[in-house]
Design a protein around this ligand. Structure first.
Ligand code: ZN
Length: 68
């Protein structure tokens, strides 16, 4: 037995908050862009849409990160 404790590649590839899903990344980008331009209501809209997408497309992750 000579197993070294190594991080799961899948975990390192998808750190929390940085999903590999391009749709999620689009939502993240759109939210940040809206915030950077001071359009906070639009940023909130993107956040809501992103959560909706999470529930629909990533039910496992949505359940794991249910904090609101
Ligand atoms: Zn996604």
């Amino acid at each position: 037995m000579n197993e070294e404790p190594q991080a799961d590649p899948a975990d390192t590839a998808t750190p929390s908050g940085s999903p590999s899903c391009s749709v999620c990344l689009d939502f993240d980008w759109a939210e940040e862009d809206a915030e950077s331009t001071g359009d906070l209501s639009l940023a909130t809209d993107w956040r809501v849409l992103r959560r909706r997408h999470d529930k629909a497309e990533h039910p496992e992750r949505a359940a794991r990160f249910r904090s609101g």
